[in-house]
Write a protein that binds this ligand. Structure first.
Ligand code: 8Y4
Length: 274
């Protein structure tokens, strides 16, 4: 049985777990009313936990293709108060989606349990920030940077190349003092991959199994669904559920989604058929 234990909590990764994507309002304004963006996010967090999410992923930077970078200050003020607020109300698993060492360190101090880095700890100080903690880390593959990644993705064989990237980042982590059993791998759907490359990774995710580490899969509402089906963002639920089930069947143990309730139902159907 594969488990991850941190901060007195254990996550059983022998069954797929659902990670809910928590919206962080881009504007950190407060209108002086009683219901702030923190309250709204807290309500969304409670709903996702009630619906069966075991992990909440909180990020303050948009990593959409073409998105502009966000300053450290803005990211900190979006993410840290929300982590603190959720931690006050719940002992759920809190994941912080960030690629900045200072945000990682502050999030860890605020009670985060997992570092989710789309840059796989390649930015300045990130290996050290995670090494100084006991937290697990998700290393995601991306070709290029969010601004340019969809321009011209090129691979020999996408699965082989992503796997080689994982090997090299695992080695970098271990050299920095991050134990192997703290690492989660993520092929990075939509991050510098064509439609065909994304579906090849989904179909061949079983090939990552010999690295013997948990796999996180994030396809929810992404362009690989929208472009395949010609569907707008609010019409991608069925496609998202299909990819979640395929990922789980092909060995993913954490599924990152917007639609928690529906994904939990779909995974329960899969479990019944095992
Ligand atoms: C609609 C909604 C269209 C969302 C696109 C998107 C991943 C991730 C993201 C992932 C891990 C996104 C932070 C992109 N994707 N972290 N983060 N894996 N580990 N786009 O696949 O959700 S953000």
């Amino acid at each position: 049985m594969t488990t991850i234990t941190v901060n007195n909590k254990t996550l059983d990764l022998s069954v797929p777990q659902v990670m809910g994507i928590l919206n962080v309002t881009p504007d950190s304004f407060s209108d002086g009313g009683h219901y702030t963006h923190i309250d709204a996010a807290l309500a969304q967090a409670q709903q996702m936990l009630a619906d069966g999410a075991t992990i909440l992923d909180i990020g303050g930077e948009s990593t959409r293709p073409g998105a502009e970078a966000v300053s450290e200050e803005v990211e900190l003020e979006r993410v840290i108060p929300l982590i603190q607020a959720i931690r006050q109300h719940s002992d759920c698993w809190i994941s912080v989606d960030t690629s900045k060492a200072a945000v990682m360190t502050a999030a860890i101090a605020a009670g985060a349990d997992l570092i989710n880095d789309v840059c796989a700890l390649q930015n300045q100080g990130c290996l050290e920030a995670v090494a100084a903690s006991h937290l697990p880390v998700c290393l995601m593959h991306m070709q290029g940077s969010p601004r340019t990644m969809q321009l011209n993705p090129e691979y020999g064989d996408v699965v082989v190349d992503v796997k080689a990237f994982f090997q090299s980042r695992i080695e970098a982590c271990i050299s920095a003092g991050i134990e192997r059993d703290r690492i989660i791998l993520d092929p990075g759907f939509g991050f510098g991959k064509t439609l065909e490359q994304n579906y090849q990774m989904l179909a061949r995710m079983t090939e990552f199994a010999d690295l013997e580490l948990p796999i996180l899969s994030g396809t929810s509402r992404k362009s690989m669904i929208g472009n395949l089906l010609n569907r707008n963002i609010d019409e991608r639920l069925a496609g998202s559920l299909a990819t979640a089930i395929i990922a789980a069947q092909n060995g993913a143990s954490i599924i990152r989604v917007h639609d928690v309730k529906e994904t939990v139902d779909a995974l329960a159907v899969l479990a019944a058929a095992q």
